[in-house]
Design a protein around this ligand. Structure first.
Ligand SMILES: [Zn+2]
Length: 453
């Protein structure tokens, strides 16, 4: 006989006396032969949790009744009439919970409540939060699978249809009930705003939906900026975390109304005032700049910078398939890295002359040239900014903007979106990526759960 470990749940009364005791699990203490023998297994952990929850909830069940002084039909006296069981879904475990039945002595009217009828939902908000966050991050079917893996058992409550419903409702509620800017936000002297756009396929027709995202942060909130940059501006490594940021996103076709107002809110969450100096980092798209322009009355000044990431990507995608030509192309990029736009333009013109017979190369160079010419007012001395530790590329937050649209919405080739469905997902993803989420999620999730019930 070896020793045993025993987990019990005790109920202690006001006088400190143990009044009930339930054994949850007993297990022989054995020598672990393998790593897998250490501690409780996943299924055991979930079972233990379920038993403990069951004990605690059954002690709470005296409170699970309709709050009535008298019969709502005849005014007669109500009497307790046993218990009835209804479903409750906690984060990892499902429960059948007793609720108190009441009956009227005079007219036989009955109250048979359930957790859902008493609380508006039978899903704990902590589970609703995980469902909607995973639903916004992964496909609904993947979210279902992950949640079931975590809770060990396959649970009906994690069915992908339910996850879809709650995810969409939470996103919609955030969109329709934006959070107020807290009063204690500290004014910021300088903020960085990045606006980006992307296209996602629709179910409605063959066209794609344009979605836009913004990220706003204070340069003070970047931990270790810069990363490794080669002489020609090739960013080989960006290491840095933005410790506090605010995001906005929209897929609506509303002449930028929503993305503009949400970008403004995101900036205010970061401490935007009329004295704030803004640095805007965008790719060359006109619709991105117009979101930036809409902030001009709300701040002291805006410095507009063409995103080095997009600029260098254009060069990467314009490779001419010839070492000598590519070296010249790199030269043009070197000029841009140092803010010498005119030199870069003449270099590209020269190159064009060299390849006149090759229409493919000419086309590539013309596209690149028009991109540079159209954005030349926003091309700065990136090298200098880098040396001064000033932001010059969206790469630090790009993973964010990108992932907001791409990771969830573009990744699955077969996945096609309705405009509203996409908008709700993006709204939720933006909220999750904003620093206030831990404080504001509860009311949005609770609303979604009650609406879905
Ligand atoms: Zn009655």
């Amino acid at each position: 006989m070896s020793d045993t470990i025993r987990v019990t749940v005790e109920k202690i009364n006001e006088q400190g006396k143990v009044v009930s005791k339930v054994v949850v699990i007993e297990k022989e203490i054995s020598k672990p032969e393998e790593i897998i023998d250490i501690g409780f297994r996943h299924s055991e952990q979930v079972d233990i949790l379920k038993s403990i929850q069951d004990e605690y909830i059954s002690q709470q069940s005296i409170y699970f009744k309709e709050d009535l002084d008298a019969c709502p039909r005849c005014g007669g006296k109500l009497c307790k009439h046993g218990y009835t069981k209804s479903d409750f879904h906690a984060v990892f475990t499902d429960h059948k919970i007793p609720t108190c039945r009441q009956v009227c002595n005079d007219c036989q009217w009955r109250s048979i409540p359930s957790i859902k009828s008493l609380f508006g939902t039978n899903i704990h908000p902590d589970l609703g939060k995980m469902q909607s966050e995973f639903g916004a991050r992964y496909s609904y079917r993947d979210a279902q699978s992950i949640l079931n893996k975590m809770s060990y058992y396959v649970r009906k409550v994690n069915h992908h249809n339910g996850i879809k419903q709650i995810t969409q409702l939470v996103g919609k509620h955030i969109d329709e009930h934006p959070d107020e800017i807290p009063h204690d936000v500290k004014p910021s002297d300088e903020l960085i705003v990045q606006v980006d756009g992307g296209h996602v396929k629709t179910i409605e027709d063959q066209r794609s939906i344009e979605a836009m995202t913004s990220v706003v942060y204070d340069a003070k909130n970047i931990e270790y900026k810069g990363g490794r940059v080669k002489d020609n501006g090739d960013v080989t490594e960006i290491r840095g975390i933005i410790t506090s940021k605010s995001c906005a996103a929209s897929a609506l076709s509303d002449n930028q109304k929503s993305i503009r107002s949400q970008t403004l809110s995101a900036a205010k969450l970061q401490g935007l005032t009329k004295q704030t100096k803004l640095t805007a980092i965008c790719d060359g798209a006109a619709n991105c700049w117009s979101v930036i322009d809409s902030l001009s009355d709300e701040c002291q000044s805006i410095e507009r910078i063409l995103d080095w990431f997009h600029l260098s990507m254009k060069f990467k995608n314009s490779g001419l398939g010839n070492k000598k030509l590519n070296e010249k192309l790199d030269g043009a990029k070197w000029y841009l890295w140092h803010g010498q736009v005119e030199d870069a333009i003449s270099r590209l013109e020269e190159l064009k002359q060299e390849v006149t017979k090759d229409t493919k190369k000419v086309n590539k160079l013309e596209k690149l040239l028009s991109y540079v010419v159209n954005n030349k007012n926003y091309i700065v001395n990136y090298d200098e900014r880098k040396n001064k530790d000033l932001v010059f590329t969206s790469q630090m937050a790009e993973s964010n903007v990108e992932s907001l649209i791409n990771q969830r919405c573009k990744g699955q080739q077969h996945m096609k979106w309705s405009r509203d469905g996409l908008h709700n997902i993006l709204t939720l993803r933006a909220a999750m990526n904003t620093y206030t989420w831990p404080k504001v999620w509860e009311k949005h999730v609770l609303f979604g759960l009650k609406k879905a019930a």
